[in-house]
Design a protein around this ligand. Structure first.
Ligand code: SF4
Length: 329
C-alpha cells in the first residue's frame, strides 16, 4: 500500500475543507471497499479524511412520514432497524443479501452507495481498464464478462454496480442528501449513479469533496409490501448476477402502483420504468408481467458470456412481483 496522510474530521464542513486540500484525497467511512482497493493499488489517495464521527448514525422519521437514514449508519443497524423492517422491508432484505456480518458491521450506508465495481479487470492493475485508467481500453469486452452488464453499456465499459442497497433505494424513490464545496443538495437516488458512456471513470455525479450525509425514504405505504430477490452463484457472500427490488399496490386486483428496480445488469441500479408503466392500470397476471419484463429488457445487449442474464432478469421480475401478489405458482 502506498503512503497516505490521515485526518479525522469533526463535522461535515470540516470534512469538506479537509478534502479540498488534495485532488487525490478521499473520504474514509467503514473502509471496507476503499482499503481493499488501496491494497490492490487501484485506489491511490494521498489523504484519507475520516468521516466516521461526522455523518449521522441515526434513523429517524421525517415530518412528511418518510424516514431519514444517516450516512454513517452501519449496514447491520440499517437491516435491524424496526422502522425500516416494517415500512421498507425491501431495504433490510437487500442489505442482508450483501457481504458478511463482519463487513455489514463496519460498512456504512454512504459507503455502500459509493462502492466500486467488482469487475475483475478493474481490480487487476496489470490489465487495461478504462474505469481505472481512462483511455487504456476495456479488457472485459473480449474477456471474462459473465458477471457484467447487459443494459446501458458503452464501448468503453460494461461494468455493473455492486450495491444491493442501492437497488432497493432506487425502487423506493430515495433521495440522497449531500454537502460539498458548493453547499448542500438533494439528488434522487436514481440519478446518483451514472451510465458509463465515454467516461466510465466517473461512477456517479458527485463532485470532488461532496459528502453523502443522509438518505431519505419518502412515505410509500405500499412499500410495506416489498421484496428483494437476489440471484447469485452461491447463497452468501456473492454479488448479484441479477437482483430485483419490487413493491406493488393492488386495488380490486388492479395494479394501482408498482416499483421495480434491477441490480447486476447495469453500471447503475436500473429502475424498470418501462415495465412499471405497462403494468399500472391492469391486473398483475403472469402474462402481463412477462410482457412488461420483456419490454424492459428489449434493449439489452449481452456480451459473449452473459446472454443468460436476459431471461434470468425477465423471470426474476415476473416471479418477484407474482410473489408479492400472492399468486405465484
Ligand atoms: Fe474496466 Fe469497465 Fe472494462 Fe471492467 S468493464 S475492464 S471496469 S472499463
Amino acid at each position: 500500500m502506498r503512503p497516505f496522510r490521515y485526518e479525522r474530521a469533526t463535522d461535515p464542513a470540516g470534512a469538506v475543507a479537509l478534502l479540498a486540500r488534495s485532488p487525490q484525497a478521499a473520504y474514509l467511512g467503514g473502509g471496507t471497499n476503499l482499503v481493499d482497493l488501496m491494497k490492490l493499488d487501484v485506489a491511490r489517495p494521498d489523504l484519507l479524511v475520516d468521516v466516521r464521527g461526522v455523518t449521522s448514525r441515526a434513523i429517524e422519521e421525517l415530518p412528511d412520514g418518510g424516514v431519514r437514514i444517516g450516512a454513517g449508519v452501519s449496514n447491520s443497524d440499517l437491516a435491524a432497524d424496526p422502522l425500516i423492517r416494517r415500512r421498507y422491508p425491501v431495504v433490510a432484505q437487500a442489505v442482508l443479501a450483501g457481504a458478511s456480518t463482519q463487513l455489514r458491521n463496519l460498512a456504512t450506508v454512504g459507503g455502500n452507495l459509493l462502492q466500486r465495481t467488482r469487475c475483475v479487470y478493474f481490480q487487476d492493475v496489470s490489465t487495461a481498464c478504462n474505469k481505472r485508467e481512462p483511455g487504456s481500453g476495456c479488457s472485459a469486452i473480449e474477456g471474462h464478462n459473465r458477471d457484467l452488464a447487459i443494459l446501458g453499456t458503452s464501448p468503453d465499459c460494461i461494468a455493473t454496480h455492486p450495491s444491493d442497497l442501492a437497488v432497493a433505494l432506487a425502487a423506493m424513490d430515495a433521495t440522497v442528501q449531500t454537502v460539498g464545496p458548493d453547499g448542500s443538495r438533494a439528488i434522487p437516488l436514481t440519478e446518483l449513479h451514472r451510465l458509463p458512456g465515454s467516461e466510465p471513470q466517473h461512477d456517479n455525479v458527485l463532485t470532488h469533496g461532496e459528502l453523502i450525509t443522509a438518505v431519505d425514504l419518502p412515505p410509500l405505504p405500499f412499500a410495506a409490501r416489498s421484496y428483494y430477490r437476489k440471484i447469485r452463484d452461491r447463497a452468501s457472500y456473492a454479488f448479484a448476477l441479477v437482483s430485483v427490488a419490487a413493491a406493488i399496490d393492488l386495488a380490486d386486483g388492479q395494479v394501482r402502483d408498482v416499483r421495480i428496480a434491477l441490480g447486476g445488469v447495469a453500471h447503475k441500479p436500473w429502475r424498470a420504468t418501462r415495465a412499471e408503466d405497462l403494468l399500472r392500470g391492469g391486473p398483475a397476471t403472469e402474462e402481463r408481467l412477462r410482457r412488461a419484463a420483456e419490454a424492459e429488457l428489449a434493449d439489452a445487449q449481452p456480451q459473449s458470456d452473459n446472454a443468460f442474464k436476459i431471461p434470468l432478469a425477465r423471470n426474476a421480475i415476473v416471479r418477484t412481483v407474482l410473489d408479492l401478489t400472492g399468486t405465484a405458482r
